[in-house]
Design a protein around this ligand. Structure first.
Ligand SMILES: [Zn+2]
Length: 95
């Protein structure tokens, strides 16, 4: 979840700071004019959001067949035009 880089409150992922912090810290100016602490916090938050976008989801072993059908269709491993489909962002949990 996206957070304000100043106070940590949840915000829309299209923003870096909440309205309150934008006013309180005078961040309603173009990014290059932000103070260094805010630009560093922004870089940290960008890394955090990129990491969250890559996060994997663990699924129970009993759900793997259903997920495979969703990803690959009933016919198995290849797409209709013969390519191997992209690697799914899931982790298989074998029991
Ligand atoms: Zn804030």
């Amino acid at each position: 979840m996206a957070q304000c880089i100043c106070c940590g409150n949840p915000i829309s992922p299209t923003f870096w700071v909440c309205k309150w912090c934008e006013r309180a810290h005078h961040l309603d100016v173009p990014f290059p004019e932000w103070p260094e602490w805010a630009r560093q916090a922004n870089r940290d938050e960008q890394k955090e959001r990129r990491w969250e976008a890559r996060m994997m989801v663990a699924i129970p072993a009993c759900e793997v067949p259903g997920i495979d059908r969703l990803l690959y269709g009933e016919d198995g491993e290849f797409t209709e035009d013969g390519r191997i489909p992209p690697i799914p962002r899931v982790v298989r949990v074998f029991s």
